[in-house]
Design a protein around this ligand. Sequence first.
Ligand SMILES: Nc1ncnc2c1ncn2[C@@H]1O[C@H](COP(=O)(O)OP(=O)(O)OP(=O)(O)O)[C@@H](O)[C@H]1O
Length: 271
Amino acid sequence: MLMQQLQQTQSVKGSVQVEGLSVTFRRKGHINHVLDAINLSIQPGEFVCLLGPSGCGKSTLLNGIAGFLKPSEGYILVDQQPVCRPGADRGFVFQQYSLLPWKTTFQNIELGLKIRGMAKAERTELVNDYLNRVGLYRYRHSYPAQLSGGMQQRASIVRALVNSPSVLLMDEPFAALDAQTRHMMQELLLDIWSDLKTTVIFVTHDIEEAIFLCDRIFIMGVHPGHIKAEIPIHLRRPRHFDDTLSPDFMTLHRQVFDCIREETLKSMEAA
Ligand SMILES: Nc1ncnc2c1ncn2[C@@H]1O[C@H](COP(=O)(O)OP(=O)(O)OP(=O)(O)O)[C@@H](O)[C@H]1O
């Protein structure tokens, strides 16, 4: 069942186009121009990271692609369709664990499938396949409060993926986890992504995390938020934690660090 879904997902779905996107928030006469003329083109199956100092608008850009907010100017296309509202073609994983506390792991994950009208036997098989894949089958009847942070995030990722989104949007999903669990989650995510090849747009502050995970890093600058640089990451795949110690990794780390440092200083000056 899972393999069937994997084969269906490995199609050409998952292109994202952002054209001239600007976002301005207006509140009680105060104008906050958060994003300015953002242009991005992301290919189906690509794994990209948005990296930048706090407040540069990473989450705002991700929320725009999710359809949670309306652009002030410009537009966003997912698979050539304009984004006007949230949709099943885009799965979202938040930083804070967002499982429904009154539902079990299994019930949380099956919810979207149930709403879509998938037959019980079919969704049970699919959900159980995914739970096995991420090592949560034993915990299928547990409630979120009975799970560790890492387990809850694994469940949140599965909850998003089980609906076969074209694009998976992840907003600092591992930021609240301890370093050891975060590394395990990064490897698990890459392992699942290498099968699914769902397009992933991943927001992070963490340079090492961005280089380890993605094919391309978009570095964002501040005041207002814009794309300052685009850095391709040509490290071989599959990647393992040991790769973070390689000379190529270190060189990239330095390049990204230098690029982002200037923006971080600017954001601190203005604070
Ligand atoms: N709904 C909103 N109304 C008004 N201002 C907002 C809204 N959402 C975000 N902002 C402002 O937009 C700016 C960018 O916020 P955003 O959360 O997108 O940045 P970020 O780069 O993701 O930051 P961080 O890394 O700290 O999470 C901030 O100044 C924030 O206060």
